[in-house]
Ligand binder design. Structure first.
Ligand code: ADP
Ligand code: MG
Ligand code: MG
Length: 886
């Protein structure tokens, strides 16, 4: 079995096997770009190691072979005392997990080869000992779990002894002393000497990279990002090139476009005389990439031309790691770069303009989750708010919250339901829990490529990084800025788009993209790259999609907004909201009615109110279908809670008041109490048990439609019966409804459809029968999930879903995204059998899933006619319905 690939053997499409980093190093090698030679150990080797606890047979031999040919190619031997080959050992999974796993640089250095390295570098002792101390530090920390702070501490002491805060001021002797100190730390924590055998260093480092796949923070990150747990990481062994050889060397990162806004230009950070992680870690302040032009024009020009080449090759934004060794440029990494939601749209639009991709591909490159982010509200800054600091807009959004300084405190306050802003000098992987809990992240150091920025962007969480006017004092739980002190518990607001920081809570307003959807920004006439790109891609999605998109709306105002957002009808108009407020009284009268006359009177009083509700909705949805669901929840939900009533009655009795009515109500509440209300007297069952209730609703709908038609409008009501499990239930309701409709509609030309929800598993399984009595089905996937799994939705999510997610029983809550295999199968069966019984049966979905990107793709595949979702999700569903086609 082949476990090791030379860079020349791979390519960018082998990410499953070689990981992203390895596949792209191979791709760059084959493009003829300057990549230091090396090889990649496959993810399969890692998987084998993780399942059996040892390296698979044959791996050691293959590594040996590839190492030998690497040594031949470089003309050096690993760790050779005179002229050592050094390598880096780098993790690299299929999906990038920034800073989550381990890398060890300078493998192959020991007490002898450090001398050879210096000699080879022209007697550059400082460089050799700096490289050696880095190896012990990285190796100790990542391979042998020596606490990193101990090394940091020793480094700080060396700097203090020298009276400096800059690591460049340490000379060769200082660094030699530091190596001794590091070795002692190593012995203290591991009980053994730092390994001097180069091959042993290599093997241990490779094993550590394998194991880093299951490091706690990597596990947590994968869960958050929904990356499967069993992929494993590849390991890249790369010959070292040195950015720490002197001022003519250095290391940097770059993007081919701005990953924040998508704007074209030169974006990156460069650090002279430094190695690897120094740039990201913020050890010293980097300079903007443009300044490299002054420092080393020829490397700079070569870098720009390579960047252009990569963009053209990948046809997308790339990010890059590079190192310059004495004027020679080396490419150490590239990948299609992460970007903000806004940049995703803008870049897709630009690439279409440049002829690199077509509009179908542009539609692929964006997604509904990104669009949803662009619909977040923004700060409204027309009042007294002045920023107190400005950092880098690292991840967009507008977040206000209570300031906290530690991950633990962030988790604590978030659990109490508070919005928190996590403020740190810079974040590191140990802050991950706090970052997840926080509403926003503010750091005083680090750029667009810092840990905070990269991770926050990945999570879609607002982040301002590198706000260096802010002086953070974590132990004292405060920061100072512009002469003011902000303590833990104070409120700040951060704008992840502009990078601005405000004290206090800034009010918010709709985003530009929402203003565009609302119709108040005209994409043809404003100079806004984002709005134009969104418009263009949405238009393309609308042209492509087969699924119609409707909305869930109970009021005229919601209906009107959804229509502006592109809704093509109402897929779910709930009527229970119409029984709240002052109308509760009427519902009580209905429930308490003893004689038929009393009940009829209560219903008669409700009728005109309902009719007016429907008239308003039909007016807003003129010409479009409106699915009205007959009353669904158990009626006792409209009555006061038992305890409260009991107290009221007792108090009133005490005072000697007349409590006849309250007592009757109390008795009714007792009588109607249900152990499992979700499985009780609700939905169609109410219609069958309470005479006149559904009839009143049907009449109100039909009368409203007729009145709309008389006024010159077109109402297209679709009456939907909830919770049907047997065709007989539907037939009974239908017979009564048809009579009323015929009587009301007369010759007005109004057409009323009657259909049902499919939300009880039995309905899905007898859909062929039910279709005989239904002109449409609407899948109520909330209840279908609840009853399909037997999960009480209101109880389970907080109670134990975390455990289910942890165990991988499902990767995402089935209430959030449709469970394709189980609940989805019910949908599929019902769709097929329903359509077989009644060709042309209209099929839609009205659960929360209608606005969930992945579920939209599923409903497209199953062949539904439309999805229905809340007004704000309508654009997301339109986009995803288009993406499902291309
Ligand atoms: P990460 O995935 O966390 O970015 P990398 O494997 O890319 O980790 O390595 C960390 C740092 O070390 C990067 O800056 C990278 O460019 C640098 N680096 C890795 N391998 C080499 C090498 N062979 N020579 C010089 N620098 C290297
Ligand atoms: Mg990297
Ligand atoms: Mg339901």
């Amino acid at each position: 079995h082949k476990y090791v690939y030379d860079f020349s053997e791979g390519n960018k499409d082998l990410k499953d096997l070689l990981g992203g980093k390895g596949a792209n190093l191979a791709e760059m090698t084959n493009l003829g770009l300057p990549v230091p030679p090396g090889f990649t150990i496959t993810t399969e080797a890692c998987q084998a190691y993780l399942t059996t606890g040892r390296e698979p047979d044959g791996l050691a031999g293959q590594i040996e072979k590839h190492l030998e040919s690497l040594e031949r190619a470089m003309g050096k031997r690993l760790g050779d005392p005179q002229d050592p080959l050094l390598v880096s050992v780098r993790s690299g999974a299929k999906f990038s997990m920034p800073g989550m796993m381990e890398t060890v640089l300078n493998v192959g250095l020991n007490d002898q080869s450090v001398v050879g390295l210096s000699a080879q570098a022209g007697g550059n002792d400082r460089f050799a000992w700096d490289s050696y101390r880095r190896l012990i530090q990285m190796f100790g920390k990542t391979v042998c779990e020596v606490p990193g702070e101990e090394f940091e501490h020793a480094l700080d002491e060396a700097k203090n002894a020298k009276g400096t805060s800059n690591d460049l001021d340490l000379d060769a002797d200082d660094l030699r002393g530091l190596v001794d100190a590091y070795k002692k730390i190593f012995v203290k924590h591991t009980g053994r000497e730092f390994p001097q055998q180069p091959r042993e260093q290599l093997d241990l480092a490779i094993r550590a990279v394998f194991e880093s796949w299951n490091a706690e923070r990597a596990v947590l990150y994968r869960r958050q990002e929904r990356i499967p747990a069993d992929l494993g990481t590849a390991v890249n062994v790369v010959s070292m090139v040195f950015g720490n050889l002197g001022p003519d060397s250095g290391t940097g990162v770059a993007f081919t476009r701005d990953p924040g806004s998508g704007a074209q230009g030169i974006y990156g950070d460069y650090l002279a005389n430094a190695q690897g992680e120094d740039v990201v870690a913020g050890i010293r302040n980097t300079v903007p990439l443009q300044e490299l032009e002054q420092l080393d024009k020829s490397s700079y020009d070569e870098l720009l031309s390579i960047m252009a080449r990569l963009e053209e090759h990948y046809k997308d934004l790339c990010d890059i790691e590079f190192t310059i060794e004495r004027g020679k440029l080396w490419m150490l990494q590239t990948r299609v770069g992460k970007r903000t939601a806004a940049a995703a749209f803008v870049i897709a639009g630009q690439l279409v303009d440049e002829g690199l991709i077509d509009l179908d591909e542009a539609l692929h490159r964006v997604n509904g989750a990104q669009l949803a982010q662009l619909m977040f509200p923004r700060f409204q800054l027309d009042h007294e708010f002045q920023p107190v600091a400005k950092g880098i807009g690292a991840s967009p959004g507008a977040a206000s919250g209570t300031v906290v300084f530690t991950s633990a405190r962030a988790v604590e306050l978030a659990a109490e339901g508070k919005s928190v802003i996590l403020v740190r000098r810079e974040t590191n992987p140990d802050d991950l829990n706090g970052m997840i809990a926080a509403k926003g992240i503010l750091t005083s150091r680090g750029g667009k490529t810092s840990h905070a920025a990269v991770v926050a962007r990945g999570m879609g969480k607002t982040c301002v990084s590198g706000a260096d006017e802010i002086d953070v004092n974590v132990p004292a739980k405060r920061f100072t800025v512009a002469g003011q002190t902000v303590n833990e518990g104070d409120v700040v607001s951060i704008d992840g788009t502009t990078g601005k920081v405000y004290l206090g809570e800034v009010p918010v307003m709709p985003s530009e993209v929402v203003q565009y959807f609302e119709g108040s920004l005209d994409p043809e006439h404003i100079d806004n790259a984002l709005v134009r790109a969104v418009h263009r891609i949405m238009t393309h999605a609308d042209g492509k999609r087969r699924l119609a998109v409707r909305t869930n709306a109970d009021t005229g105002a919601d209906a009107a907004r959804a229509r502006r957002f592109g809704a093509e009808g109402i897929g779910l108009c709930r009527t229970e909201h119409m029984f709240l407020g002052e109308r509760r009284e009427l519902v009580e009268r209905l429930i308490l009615a003893r004689a038929e006359g009393e009940r009829e009177a209560a219903l008669a009083a409700l009728l005109p109110l309902q009719r007016a509700d429907f008239e308003e909705i039909f007016r807003e949805m003129d010409g479009l279908p409106v699915t009205v669901r007959l009353i669904d929840p158990p009626l006792h939900e409209f009555l006061p809670p038992l305890e409260q009533l009991a107290v009221n009655v007792a108090v009133a009795q005490e005072r000697g008041e007349d409590v006849a009515k309250e007592e009757a109500l109390l008795a009714a509440v007792r009588r109607m109490h249900e152990e499992n209300p979700m499985l009780g007297l609700r939905g169609v069952r109410l219609g069958l048990v309470i005479p006149g209730l559904f009839a009143m609703q049907v009449r109100a709908i039909a009368e409203a439609a007729v009145s709309c038609a008389r006024g010159g409008g077109v109402a297209r009501p679709e009456i939907m019966v909830p919770l049907v499990g047997a065709v007989q239930e539907l037939e009974t309701v239908r017979a009564e409804a048809e009579k009323i409709i015929a009587e009301v509609v007369g010759d007005s030309g109004v057409e009323v459809l009657i259909g049902t929800m499919i939300e009880v598993p039995r309905a899905a399984l007898t859909a062929g029968q039910i279709a005989e009595a239904a002109e449409f089905f609407s899948f109520g996937t909330n209840d279908l999930t609840q009853m399909g799994w037997g999960f009480s939705r209101d109880d389970v999510e907080g109670a134990f879903f975390w455990r289910y997610l942890e165990l991988g029983i499902f990767g995402i809550s089935p209430f959030e995204s449709i469970d394709r295999d189980g609940v989805g199968r019910l949908v599929r069966i019902a769709a097929e059998e329903g359509r077989a019984a009644r060709p042309g049966l209209k099929l839609g979905v009205c659960g929360e899933h209608g606005g969930d990107p992945d579920s939209v793709h599923f409903f497209h595949e199953v062949g539904l006619d439309y999805v229905s979702c809340s007004p704000f999700r309508v654009p997301v569903a339109r986009l995803e319905a288009g993406r499902a086609v291309v």
